[in-house]
Design a protein around this ligand. Structure first.
Ligand code: HEC
Ligand code: HEC
Ligand code: HEC
Ligand code: HEC
Ligand code: HEC
Ligand code: HEC
Ligand code: HEC
Ligand code: HEC
Ligand code: HEC
Ligand code: HEC
Ligand code: HEC
Ligand code: HEC
Length: 286
């Protein structure tokens, strides 16, 4: 190792000499190096910058950051704060925890326990995570976003509710940063509810009433567990005199998932399903 360093120093000095002589600016203590010379002895940094240098390639050169060179100048590693200041983000400690390589500044590797630092740029998500407490609220941002900008699939960590449910469908009902506040989007197909509500699904599918063609989420809309009133869609379909005697729609129509279905004009007093004389208006179909 010592030998290597010694021989490197020899090479170093002779290259510096050559460089300095060519440049016509020889000085015993402070030979002049140009950015083009670095590659003669260093391969990794120039290659990294060429491939992924970003603004550290286009806006600055090697020597804006590395002023001078050992042995004549000892400290040539710059502080980030030399050029970056004035934003909350630039006050974080140890920049290179995330910007692991200054020669590839936008290639960011994140440890799995980072939250506070993200908040210097993203604020919406943590508001949601705090507003609706769930087990996700206890996870660090980078536990899920382990590469900056990457969006994980829910199915990386969770099983779908049924075998025919795919990852892109989770967001019909869930939001990542408030997963327990289940809101249904209005086009959610019935089979997705069926994975947990088999009985309701089968009852409705087996019914011959026209509710069969109504989506679950048309009735149970927005927030999960909402139960609609019949009147919210049908208003007051029958005369008040009738409704004062039979206060509940279900007294005659049974349940929404399997309405009693009568052919118009077939109902008589004494019928088991509708043991009352029907008002004319109510008996009219369409
Ligand atoms: C003649 C070969 C040679 C050339 C040309 C050269 N270097 Fe070096 N560089 C070295 C050697 C050898 C070391 C190790 C020196 C030491 O540890 O004392 C080194 C170390 C460094 C270090 C690390 C310093 C530290 O404190 O860890 C940086 C940064 C550096 N060089 C940047 C540059 C830049 C920028 C250029 C072009 C302007 C350049 N080098 C050109 C040979 C060279
Ligand atoms: C934006 C500032 C910046 C620019 C531009 C830059 N560097 Fe660096 N460089 C650094 C910092 C900071 C370190 C210290 C990295 C560390 O501590 O791991 C470093 C480390 C080095 C090292 C020593 C460690 C290593 O990776 O071998 C060398 C050699 C080096 N740079 C060469 C170069 C060369 C050659 C260029 C131009 C092609 C260049 N640097 C451009 C900031 C910069
Ligand atoms: C010699 C000045 C200088 C130093 C030192 C420096 N940078 Fe930069 N950096 C710049 C300039 C100039 C830009 C482009 C303008 C801007 O974004 O501020 C830049 C841009 C960046 C970018 C965005 C890159 C892109 O492609 O958009 C990151 C990330 C970055 N710097 C991180 C760092 C980190 C981390 C350090 C310390 C290891 C550092 N910089 C040290 C000058 C510097
Ligand atoms: C916890 C991780 C983390 C730490 C620590 C961190 N950064 Fe960043 N930084 C990021 C992420 C993520 C981005 C966004 C990159 C993008 O836009 O793709 C970023 C972007 C940047 C940018 C470009 C965007 C801008 O705001 O101009 C600069 C410059 C930068 N960081 C400098 C720094 C400096 C300087 C430090 C230390 C004081 C630092 N970073 C510490 C993660 C971090
Ligand atoms: C310096 C500012 C900065 C920091 C720090 C930062 N980001 Fe970002 N982030 C950005 C920018 C800029 C974008 C790209 C623009 C956008 O889509 O909002 C982005 C994009 C993202 C995206 C993708 C957004 C999309 O719509 O596809 C995610 C996810 C993300 N960041 C998560 C994080 C996490 C997690 C952290 C902390 C580990 C973090 N960011 C730290 C600036 C930052
Ligand atoms: C990187 C892994 C990861 C990803 C990605 C992820 N989760 Fe989670 N999720 C967890 C962990 C860990 C828990 C807590 C499990 C436990 O303690 O039982 C959890 C819990 C939950 C819970 C229960 C919350 C509670 O408080 O009871 C729901 C609902 C949930 N996740 C939905 C989702 C949805 C929907 C997505 C996609 C938008 C998703 N998760 C993405 C890791 C993840
Ligand atoms: C349980 C895993 C998980 C955690 C923890 C998590 N996210 Fe996300 N994040 C996701 C998923 C999944 C998406 C995609 C959401 C979608 O497609 O609707 C996302 C989307 C994003 C986006 C893109 C814009 C948006 O809001 O949809 C940003 C930015 C983001 N997250 C930042 C963060 C930040 C910052 C934190 C920490 C405060 C965080 N995330 C915590 C899983 C998570
Ligand atoms: C049709 C709406 C809907 C869709 C689509 C959906 N979920 Fe859910 N999910 C729910 C409801 C409702 C609950 C809450 C059940 C409860 O209250 O116990 C839940 C609960 C969860 C839980 C908490 C633990 C559990 O199993 O009860 C996880 C984890 C979860 N969902 C993940 C997912 C993932 C992953 C996807 C996509 C593959 C997904 N969900 C798609 C409605 C849905
Ligand atoms: C992950 C499983 C899951 C999914 C998917 C799911 N639910 Fe639920 N649902 C539940 C659980 C658990 C309950 C609570 C049961 C209880 O309290 O008896 C519930 C309760 C309900 C209730 C209230 C029942 C009552 O007695 O008050 C309605 C209405 C409901 N769900 C409708 C739906 C609809 C519509 C969908 C599809 C868009 C759906 N659910 C998707 C698990 C789920
Ligand atoms: C979200 C709106 C909605 C809610 C809530 C709702 N319905 Fe309906 N109902 C409909 C639609 C849409 C139809 C079909 C109309 C058509 O096809 O012309 C319908 C049809 C009917 C029919 C005729 C059935 C047939 O097959 O001829 C009856 C009776 C009925 N609803 C009673 C009820 C009762 C009782 C309730 C409460 C338990 C209720 N509805 C709740 C929307 C709703
Ligand atoms: C006393 C029994 C009874 C009660 C109580 C009752 N209905 Fe009816 N309703 C009927 C009968 C019988 C019909 C006509 C049969 C048919 O058309 O299927 C009817 C017809 C309807 C229709 C029209 C169906 C069509 O084909 O257009 C709707 C909608 C309806 N009822 C909704 C309701 C609602 C909502 C309530 C509660 C506010 C309610 N009904 C209460 C007996 C009743
Ligand atoms: C036309 C409106 C309508 C449609 C469509 C509908 N529901 Fe309902 N649902 C109701 C009403 C109203 C109730 C309250 C009980 C009643 O009056 O029938 C209810 C009750 C429930 C309940 C709690 C009691 C029970 O019967 O289990 C669940 C769970 C439920 N619905 C799930 C579903 C699912 C899943 C679907 C689709 C497969 C669905 N509903 C379709 C209106 C509807």
């Amino acid at each position: 190792m010592k030998n290597l360093v010694t021989s490197l120093r020899v090479v170093f000095v002779s290259v510096l000499l050559a460089v300095a002589v060519t440049a016509g600016a020889y000085a015993a203590d402070r030979p002049i190096l140009s950015g083009a010379d670095c590659i003669k002895c260093h391969s990794a940094a120039p290659a990294d910058i060429a491939a992924n240098g970003g603004a550290h390639k286009t806006s600055v050169g090697c020597q804006d950051c590395h002023a001078g060179h050992p042995p004549s100048v000892k400290k040539i590693i710059p502080a980030c704060s030399q050029c970056h200041s004035g934003k909350a983000h630039y006050n974080l400690s140890s920049c290179m925890r995330c910007h692991n390589n200054p020669h590839t500044p936008k290639i960011i590797k994140l440890a799995n326990n980072i939250t506070d630092e993200c908040l210097t740029c993203h604020t919406e998500q943590v508001v949601k995570l705090k507003q609706v407490k769930s087990k996700h609220s206890n996870l660090a941002c980078s536990f899920c976003h382990n590469v900056h900008g990457k969006i994980p699939l829910c199915t990386q960590c969770h099983k779908p509710h049924s075998t025919d449910m795919v990852a892109t469908e989770c967001k019909k009902c869930h939001q990542a940063h408030m997963p327990t506040a289940v809101f249904m989007t209005p086009d959610t197909p019935n089979k997705m509810c069926a994975s947990c509500h088999k009985r309701a699904f089968e009852k409705l599918a087996g019914s011959d009433a026209r509710h069969k063609n109504v989506l679950c989420v048309t009735c149970h809309k927005d927030k999960h567990k909402t139960i609609p009133s019949c009147q919210s869609c049908h208003g007051v379909p029958h005369p008040a005199s009738m409704m004062s005697r039979f206060t509940k729609c279900g007294d005659c129509h049974s349940v929404a998932h399997k309405l009693n279905h009568w052919e118009p004009g077939t109902l008589k007093t004494g019928d088991k399903e509708a043991p009352i004389p029907l008002p004319k208006k109510g008996a009219k179909k369409k």
